[in-house]
Design a protein around this ligand. Structure first.
Ligand SMILES: Cc1cc2nc3c(=O)[nH]c(=O)nc-3n(C[C@H](O)[C@H](O)[C@H](O)COP(=O)(O)O)c2cc1C
Length: 171
């Protein structure tokens, strides 16, 4: 596990090959095993593989979403906020878990923030995603994780450059 964490970097360049079905199944499992407050499981995960939908999702905001068009799998992380007051945290931990799982499977991934972001025309990026995927009323969108076989290799972050001052040990 620590090895995957050490090697983990965001990947925004992907080979065009679709993610193999067995790996996709493991990513689905990782999402559904994520812990949630009070075990409410307020999330909804939409695994998007179609090129046209991915292209439209990549335009949900002007910066930091373009890689979604190239990523053969877009995992849209949404939730029903009526089910939990901490759905944002629940979605975030699912996103982190699926990214580490992707890493462990030799896949690359990158987070695209949707919640609190805006499209070119000023409308919420989440509204664009809701429209593209025809999500039911009452669902909110947290993020989209782009996943695929990496077409770029980034070096691990050097242990010596970690911001150690951000972490205190108080025996
Ligand atoms: C909450 C969150 C939101 C992020 N949003 C975006 C995004 O919208 N677009 C993007 O390209 N990367 C996004 N990232 C990835 C970060 O830019 C990336 O993790 C950071 O620059 C550190 O690089 P590394 O992941 O390679 O260590 C996001 C990451 C997090 C945790």
């Amino acid at each position: 596990m620590i090895g995957w964490i050490r090697q983990r970097r965001s990947c925004r360049k992907f080979e065009p090959d679709p993610v193999a079905e067995d790996l996709r199944a493991l990513l689905i499992e990782a999402c559904l095993r994520a812990p949630t407050s009070k075990n409410r499981r307020p999330w909804q995960f939409i695994f998007v593989e179609g090129a046209e939908e991915r292209f439209r999702l990549s335009h949900c905001k002007p910066h930091g979403a373009a890689f979604l068009a190239e990523a053969p799998l877009n995992i849209v992380i949404a939730a029903e906020p009526r089910l939990s007051d901490v759905w944002v945290e629940d979605c975030a931990i699912a996103a982190a878990l699926v990214q580490v799982t992707a890493q462990s499977l030799g896949l690359g991934s990158c987070w695209c923030q949707v919640r609190l972001r805006e499209a070119d025309d000023g409308q919420p990026a989440a509204d664009v995603v809701k429209e593209v995927l025809a999500l039911p009323k009452g669902w909110e969108v947290a993020s989209i994780i782009g996943v695929g076989y990496p077409a770029e290799a980034k070096p691990a972050i050097d242990a010596g450059s970690l911001p150690r001052e951000r972490c205190q040990v108080r025996p």
